[in-house]
Design a protein around this ligand. Structure first.
Ligand SMILES: Cc1cc2nc3c(=O)[nH]c(=O)nc-3n(C[C@H](O)[C@H](O)[C@H](O)COP(=O)(O)O)c2cc1C
Ligand code: SF4
Ligand code: FES
Length: 587
């Protein structure tokens, strides 16, 4: 049984296997519940991945075996496996091609590609699948290919052509695209200075570029002094919520309950966002060093990096970086890499804890806040990849020097992921406060010759549209807030006058309906109704649509006021701003 091999490969042979390879009867009577059982629950997702990678799906028999080995009630495990898009509960072939049809890829012909695939290879859901953003938006359209088996393989391909996709689906060669990041010479600052310069596979290369000097400096300064510098730097979290990092670190350091956990959020699933992938793939040792400093300063004994499953290369590189740093004796903390399973909601900090704990990725109510009751119920520091990499310069230069870049309320630089209909899409690092005009026209080359700018989606699907008249908005937390927009995760998606904005708004509505975890009614029902009404309004309007616009606005208010987490609270933002600013309505 291949599934059994996969599970045993991860967990080791069951102790109760006796001679002859027969399973001991006691193996079938493991009690559910109890402390030792709870302590193994967190292995559920790694076990499910092992099964899925080996056989291409999670059969009932495999799930039951996993449940016995981990002592998890099958109904609970079923609830988990069915939550995550990555796991298939029905048999399917070993090969799977995931084609992104999300915002940036739509603008680069993903719909035509999907239509051509459907004509030649049948509807999605067989060998090929439509996928939300794969974090390769600057080289859209993008795809991810995987083949299950004992030699399980995954590859990101971007841009993907019909010929490339057809070759994969006909069992031929996989297109190879070296994933060297697109960086403009003008768009490279502090955080990206080693990208494309250091060898991401070699700790010696990182050390020869000054690597681990910041950790040494932090150890000389002592934890409280490190936290003081981070506070003085006025660094705000780069994961989207812009929470003051120093304050978070201080709360965890002061928490009396032990152990403390450190979690790096590398789930990066906001459509249009790919900055963390570039850091993980091209400068992974910097993240390891940032995590080592954070753990040292806040007294964390164990760390996790939660990487979305759609980033196989990033996962390999960070695993390798952790292993090399550990072998050199540079890590006083044990860091484990955990793999997401295709759920945008797991980027929300408490949903991410549940996912690591082997549960459905449903957000928790706050308070209590993660700094007090986080992963496994213990005080937890959770930071985004970009946030943690910023800490290196704060420690080496000092908080005040760091704060001299940017604006008063938004210090430092910002990684901005430019995609869509612009001449030079790519990852840009600019001082906070740089205007959107400068980013787009100065760095990214502006729209194509002969075209005019229609709109920019700032902050991804959870963000909002910015009109050409607003291009002078400073890209800082307060600057974007002043015009009712958000920097969010740093996504900047550009649309010229040829873009089908109705299609984009409908895609955003579908995204939120698909990704709502369903735990609370305003979001579960609201995202569904929002999609239905928008479809009626944009595809088959029967009047001037004003009644539907009002209805959408009421639903938006209910979602904003009554949803448990940020997904429901932001699910109507882009659609609301699009309806107000873009000419998509009748009359
Ligand atoms: C629906 C949703 C998705 C999120 N996705 C991410 C993500 O992919 N990466 C991330 O760092 N933060 C994400 N966040 C924000 C996290 O909840 C959290 O604020 C962040 O990881 C904290 O790190 P920071 O303080 O360094 O920004 C998301 C929040 C919500 C509500
Ligand atoms: S707001 Fe949506 S995603 Fe968040 S907990 Fe409620 S149902 Fe889940
Ligand atoms: S990779 Fe397709 S939208 Fe991001």
């Amino acid at each position: 049984m291949e599934e059994v091999d996969a599970v045993d490969g991860l967990l080791g042979e069951p102790e109760s296997l006796w001679e002859g390879g027969e399973r001991h009867p006691a193996d079938d009577h493991v009690a559910y519940g109890g402390r030792s059982v709870r302590s193994r629950r967190h292995l559920l997702l790694p076990v499910l991945h092992a099964i899925q990678d080996r056989t291409g799906w999670v059969s009932r028999g495999a799930l039951e075996y996993a449940c016995r080995r981990l002592s998890i009630p099958p109904a609970e495990a079923y609830g988990v496996v069915s939550f995550y898009a990555r796991f298939a509960l029905q048999p399917r072939g070993a090969l799977a091609l995931h084609v992104c049809d999300d915002i940036a890829c739509k603008g680069a012909g993903a719909d035509d590609l999907c239509a051509a695939l459907e004509k030649d290879f049948g509807a999605p859901g067989g060998a090929w699948h439509r996928s939300p953003c794969l974090g390769l938006c600057d080289r859209a359209p993008a795809a991810l290919v995987e083949r299950a088996g004992s030699d399980h393989e995954e590859r990101q391909v971007a841009p993907i052509t019909f010929e490339g996709a057809a070759s994969v689906l006909r069992g031929g060669q996989w297109p190879s695209t070296p994933l060297t990041p697109t960086l403009s010479p003008g768009g490279r600052g502090r955080l990206l200075r080693r990208v494309g310069v250091v060898d991401p596979l070699s700790i010696d290369s990182y050390l020869s570029h000054g690597g681990f000097a910041a950790l040494r400096r932090a150890q000389e300064m002592g934890g409280p002094a490190v936290i003081r510098e981070v506070t003085e730097a006025r660094l705000l979290g780069r994961g989207g919520a812009a929470f003051p990092t120093g304050r978070k670190w201080e709360s965890v350091a002061d928490a009396p309950i032990r152990p403390h956990y450190l979690v790096c959020n590398a789930d990066e699933s906001e459509p249009g966002t790919f900055k963390d992938r570039v850091l993980l793939e091209s400068d992974p040792f910097a993240l390891v060093e940032g995590m080592a400093i954070a753990a040292f300063a806040t007294g964390c004994g164990k760390g996790f990096v939660y990487v979305r499953t759609e980033y196989p290369l990033a996962r390999k590189r960070i695993e390798n970086a952790i292993a090399q740093a550990r072998d050199r004796g540079l890590l006083s903390i044990d860091i484990e890499v955990r793999r997401g399973a295709g759920a945008y909601i797991c980027g929300e900090e408490t949903a991410l804890f549940n996912s690591i704990e082997g549960k459905r990725g449903e957000p928790r109510n706050k308070p209590p806040f993660p700094v007090h009751v986080g992963l496994f119920g213990k005080p937890t520091l959770e930071n985004n990849v970009e946030t943690l990499v910023n800490v290196l310069d704060i420690v080496t230069e000092g908080g005040a020097a760091f704060a001299s870049t940017g604006t008063k309320d938004s210090t430092g630089t910002r990684l901005l992921c430019v995609s869509g209909q612009v001449l030079q899409p790519g990852l840009y690092e600019v001082p906070m406060g740089t205007t959107l005009r400068e980013l787009l026209n100065g760095h990214a080359g502006g729209v194509r010759p002969g075209r005019t700018l229609q709109t920019v989606l700032l902050g991804g699907a959870a963000g909002s549209f910015v009109t050409p008249a607003q291009l002078d908005v400073p890209l800082s937390f307060e600057g974007t807030r002043a015009i009712g927009a958000t920097l969010g995760s740093g996504a900047v998606i550009v649309f010229d006058d040829t873009a089908d904005m109705k299609g984009i708004l409908l895609r955003i509505a579908r995204f939120f309906r698909d990704e709502s975890c369903g735990q609370c009614v305003p979001c579960r029902v609201g995202t569904k109704r929002q999609e239905e009404i928008l479809e009626r309004l944009l595809v088959a309007p029967h009047d001037d649509g004003q009644a539907d616009v009002m209805l959408l606005s009421d639903i938006a208010q209910a979602m904003r006021d009554a949803s448990i987490c940020g997904l429901g609270q932001t699910a109507a933002n882009a659609i609301g701003s699009g309806l107000t600013q873009l000419k998509v309505l009748n009359g």
